[in-house]
Ligand binder design. Structure first.
Ligand SMILES: Nc1ncnc2c1ncn2[C@@H]1O[C@H](COP(=O)(O)OP(=O)(O)OP(=O)(O)O)[C@@H](O)[C@H]1O
Ligand SMILES: CC(C)(CO)[C@@H](O)C(=O)[O-]
Ligand code: BAL
Length: 289
């Protein structure tokens, strides 16, 4: 797939809110013989999201971005109600990026009364995030499956920042024969290494100065593993570093980079993944070895 026609940067994208409007806009692209790229988001867009849009533009002729804060992936005690909602600013950023179409469904469009279907995933969904957010991947799976079926995109870009989510979505697309290519987008970071995240705006100025410790500790561990350290020992060392900086660690783990299973042999590809609380903000990050 090559990009034949780029939406004009600065031109407002078309905004649709229902599946019928979305399908009609996508049908126009299809009639013109154009391919479709997709970037699902929960809004509060930052440069990490925009990088995914730009990547999708290199993979398809048209790009649709969804903005939907998905209630089914939040537990009742989590931050659904205070999750940042910045729709107008998001659309401005997408216009600057040359995004063609914004899909912003309402809750009742995605989950009408009587909605009864679920998707349960084992494999890469087991452990890590699931140990601390047991509801999370069933919520992500159902909304991503719906979004992929609604957009009928050829290719969808997911950020490596949410690495386990990327692996889970890749597995689901394969298992369900979804006719879409799932492509990873590299993590965009601040200059001090902190991964861009919509939730970073919850951090106080003091917490913000501490937050890069996660990336620093993972980087140190990755270097140690490359130099021959035992991955689990390097992960434990990173966990201690992050805890010493005052964070409450959910996990730091070295896992098989593809299956996310615990490591069983020395020649597996390794991914280091971490989640930790800084005050009331939960941060996640990961790095390849
Ligand atoms: N720093 C980043 N670099 C690359 N992709 C990212 C980055 N942050 C988020 N993404 C990706 O953007 C997509 C939408 O994510 P989402 O809207 O949840 O943003 P977020 O910043 O991850 O928010 P949150 O703080 O809720 O985790 C996901 O595929 C996610 O992995
Ligand atoms: C993929 C996603 C948009 C599903 O709600 C969300 O989990 C996210 O923003 O990473
Ligand atoms: N970026 C992942 C979405 C979530 O944490 O709910």
């Amino acid at each position: 797939m090559g990009r034949q026609r780029m939406a004009e940067a600065g031109k407002a994208p078309k905004i649709v809110g229902t599946v019928a409007e979305l399908r009609s806009a996508v049908a126009d692209y299809r009639r013109a013989g154009e391919t479709l790229g997709f970037v699902p988001t929960m809004g509060a867009l930052h440069e990490g999201h925009i990088a995914l849009v730009k990547q999708a533009q290199t993979l398809a002729d048209r790009v649709v971005v969804s903005i939907f804060v998905n209630p089914t992936q939040f537990a009742p005690n989590e931050d659904f109600s205070r999750y940042p909602r910045t729709f107008d600013a998001d659309v401005d950023k997408l216009a600057q990026a040359g995004c063609d179409l914004v899909y912003a469904p309402g809750r009742e469009d995605m989950y009408p009364a009587g909605f009864s279907t679920g998707i349960s995933i084992a494999g890469p969904a087991q452990g890590l995030e699931s140990d601390f957010r047991p509801h999370f991947f069933s919520g992500v799976a159902i909304v991503v499956a719906k979004l992929l079926l609604q957009t009928a995109a050829d290719v969808a870009v997911f950020g490596e920042k949410d690495y386990q989510q990327l692996r889970v979505v890749t597995q689901m697309a394969r298992d369900l024969d979804l006719p879409v290519r799932i492509v990873p987008g590299p993590t965009v970071r601040e200059s001090d290494g902190l991964a861009l995240s919509s939730r970073n705006r919850y951090l106080t100025p003091e917490e913000r100065t501490v937050a890069p410790v996660i990336h620093r500790a993972l980087t140190t561990a990755a270097i140690a593993i490359k130099a021959g350290a035992v991955p689990d020992a390097a992960a434990a060392e990173a966990e201690a570093t992050i805890a010493r900086a005052g964070l409450k660690v959910d996990y730091v783990a070295a896992r098989n980079a593809e299956t996310l299973a615990p490591l069983a042999s020395p020649d597996e590809p390794v991914r280091l993944l971490a989640a930790a609380w800084l005050g009331t903000t939960r941060l996640i990050d990961n790095i390849g070895v």
